[in-house]
Design a protein around this ligand. Structure first.
Ligand code: PEP
Ligand code: MN
Length: 350
């Protein structure tokens, strides 16, 4: 059962509902901070009388019998959506957020240079890996904690909030000390101990889709974070495995409008890993935004061919600035309020 509290409800209303339900031997999960307060109730045996009684309690907006296994992540829990704040950036609002930076943090000077280029291009978040999930144990694995320090320095110099990957539960506290947002990589989407630990750190989470994961498996992983009491989850579609080897992965843009229907969480697109090919990053960025993504995460390097990791999919800052401008342009064409503000004609879409 899902209980969505009204916007004007107060803490004592939430506590009263939780107490009422717990006294009847059901477990509750509170989701708060980034949208309507939601109380999830575990258990198949929730009967109609309890549903009706709860609906009468002060501050209660909607009560739904939950049919989804991802009880807290489902759209019905928070019909108005979740807006995830990372520093001064809001993900899930009307304008797409562009996160950009190198695949891996290569050194202080290089990181500062790319961070300044990312900022000048108009992106509002900085990415960069310090702990890298490399396919080969012989490839550069990242700078570790030194990389995190460099990333935090780049954040301080540019004011851009930073997102970086955490690969192990034991690393969560360390990475959370430096990062504004924790990235759970594709290969770790189903690492449940990592999800639990990352949830408990209380930082926003960028949850990449496992490249062989179904949409439901992906949303169940998001549910782990939500069930841990952290409602700051952003989903990231980053391409799935298909039979075709002409691209690194196949960017599943079906996932964007679909997860927007199924869940209240924001969704962003990674056209870099999704294609593995530099020349496809710009068109697939545009396509992702046209499909309704709340943002993009893109790999950028001042000299892409010289990048220490994922050179073949890294774009230059000039391409990034076109992507940012055009992403905002496309969002304006699709959103009535933004179109009116910008004086452009909104495209007729359902
Ligand atoms: C990354 O974004 O640096 C990365 C390794 O991505 P993924 O987990 O999607 O492969
Ligand atoms: Mn990469």
């Amino acid at each position: 059962m899902i209980i969505t509290m009204r916007g004007e409800s107060v803490h004592t209303d939430h506590q009263q509902v939780i107490r009422y339900v717990q006294e009847r031997e059901f477990q509750t999960h509170l989701l708060a901070g980034s949208g309507d307060v939601v109380i999830g109730v575990n258990g198949r045996a929730v009967g109609t009388p309890l549903l009706e009684e709860v609906a009468e309690l002060p501050g209660v907006g909607m009560v739904n019998r939950s049919s989804k296994p991802y009880m807290l992540a489902q759209r019905a829990a928070r019909p108005d959506g979740t807006i995830v704040r990372v520093g001064n950036v809001e993900i899930g609002g009307t304008l797409p957020v562009v996160m950009a930076g190198p695949c891996v943090i290569e050194g202080a000077e290089a990181m500062i240079e790319v961070a300044q280029a990312v900022k000048a291009a108009g992106a509002t978040m900085l990415r960069g890996g310090a702990f890298k999930p490399r396919t080969s144990p012989y490839s550069f694995q990242g700078l570790g904690e030194e990389g995190l320090k460099i990333l935090a320095l780049a954040r301080d110099l540019t004011g851009l909030p930073v997102v970086t990957e955490v690969m192990e539960p034991e690393q969560v506290d360390l990475v959370a000390e430096y990062a504004d947002m924790l990235q759970i990589g594709s290969r770790n989407m189903s690492n449940f101990p990592l999800l639990r630990r990352a949830s408990a750190a209380g930082k926003p989470i960028l949850l990449k889709r496992g490249f062989s994961a179904t949409i439901e498996e992906w949303l169940m992983s998001a549910e782990y974070v939500l069930a841990g009491g952290n409602d700051r989850v952003v989903l990231c579609e980053r391409g799935i495995r298909s039979f075709d080897t002409s691209t690194r992965f196949t960017l599943d843009l079906n996932a964007v409008p679909l997860v927007k229907q199924l869940t209240h969480l924001p969704v962003v697109v990674d056209p870099s890993h999704g294609t593995g090919r530099r020349e496809l990053v710009e068109p697939m960025s545009m396509s992702g935004v046209a499909a309704g993504a709340h943002g993009l995460i893109v790999e950028v390097h001042p000299t892409p061919d010289a990048a220490l990791c994922d050179a073949q999919q890294s774009i230059d800052p000039e391409t990034l600035s076109r992507i940012v401008a055009n992403a905002h342009g496309i969002a304006r064409l699709l959103n009535p309020a933004l179109a009116a503000e910008a004086g452009v004609t909104q495209l007729r879409v359902a």
